[in-house]
Write a protein that binds this ligand. Structure first.
Ligand code: FAD
Ligand code: FES
Length: 285
């Protein structure tokens, strides 16, 4: 069965895991067996998921395509539809259409050192490529993850950091504020590598030839890219995930349009050079 990009297909939630007090991880399977076996995506793409009676939202596919027969979504309660997902349980039905958008340039960057910098729920938008590179480790150089959240209990995928380290990823975690018995880094994720004096944090060196993937809140992406450029990284070697306001996800409704681009169709992943070009349209609108 081939998929029509405009139609949501029935899928079943197979497992729900609490990631934080406002974010849950859902393992999902399509109901149609042929779709379940044949459906695939590239790391970085997203799906439009519907909570029946509430609406539809774009959500990054958090798992790697190397996980077959099912996929995972990490959904944070940000409003009407995403809140409806928080009370869903195993066995509940949802609608899924996609995959949509472009993907991290994992295929053309084989053999390269890759650094992922993520903030908050943004890790869900690049955990797909991180997991993919772990599964295909021989194809890549050094893989590094710099991840930060506001407070320790907002860190997502906490039970996986050790396994990622064991798989050879150079993992560095930080939180903006120390809370409870947190013994790790304290400071913004950019402080891990910029020249900000930060006594409570262990500085990290990003390999100078690394290609850098950045995902997180807009303000974090903005300052992260400025710091990376100041360190000497080329704008073309920095890739960002832009989460514009989307409706259709397929380049038809115009909600996500910026200048000549539709974020849903031409993105959501752009180089920093492309992001700078798009910002000119946003300020002149
Ligand atoms: C490509 C893409 C991938 C995404 N991946 C994930 C993911 O993996 N996990 C996850 O939890 N969320 C993800 N999001 C964000 C998610 O789609 C929004 O949180 C969701 O659409 C909000 O809908 P709602 O009905 O729950 O909230 P609403 O009630 O519609 O809105 C609540 C508030 O959020 C604002 N808002 C609505 N949509 C967006 C948006 N797209 N970006 C920023 N603010 C918005 C509204 O203006 C309002 O202030 C992604 C968004 C995009 C575009
Ligand atoms: S979301 Fe409709 S055109 Fe991009």
């Amino acid at each position: 069965m081939s998929m029509t990009p405009y139609i949501p297909y029935l899928a079943t939630i197979k497992e729900v895991k609490e990631l934080t007090d406002d974010t849950k991880n859902f393992r999902v399977e399509f109901d149609d067996p042929k779709l379940r076996e044949g459906w695939t995506f590239k790391p970085g793409q997203f799906v439009e998921v519907s909570a029946f009676g509430f609406g539809e939202v774009p959500i990054s596919i958090a798992s790697s395509p190397t996980l077959q027969g099912c996929f995972e979504l990490a959904i944070r309660d940000s409003g009407r539809v995403t809140a409806a997902f928080q009370s869903m349980k195993s066995g509940d039905k949802i609608g899924v259409r996609g995959p949509y958008g472009n993907w991290w340039p994992y295929d053309k960057l084989r053999g390269e050192n890759i650094t992922i910098i993520a903030g908050g729920i943004g890790l869900a938008a690049c955990s797909n490529v991180l997991r993919y590179m772990i599964d295909k480790k021989a194809g890549y150089g050094d893989v590094q993850l710099l991840y930060g959240a506001v407070i320790p209990r907002k860190l997502v995928f906490r039970d996986e950091y050790e396994a990622w380290r064991e798989a050879g990823v150079d993992v560095h975690i930080t939180v903006d504020q120390r809370v409870g018995d947190w013994r790790g880094n304290v400071g913004l994720v950019t402080w891990l590598f910029n020249d900000q004096p930060a006594p409570e944090l262990e500085k990290v060196e990003i390999p100078s030839d690394a290609k850098v993937f950045v995902c997180g809140p807009a303000v974090m992406i903005h300052f992260c890219c400025l710091d990376l450029v100041e360190l000497g990284f080329k704008q073309e070697d920095i890739y960002v995930n832009l989460e514009g306001h989307m409706k259709c996800g397929v380049g038809k409704c115009g909600h996500c349009n910026i200048g000549p681009k539709y974020v849903c169709r031409d993105g959501p992943i752009f180089t920093y050079a492309q992001k700078r070009m798009l910002e000119r349209y946003q300020t002149t609108r």
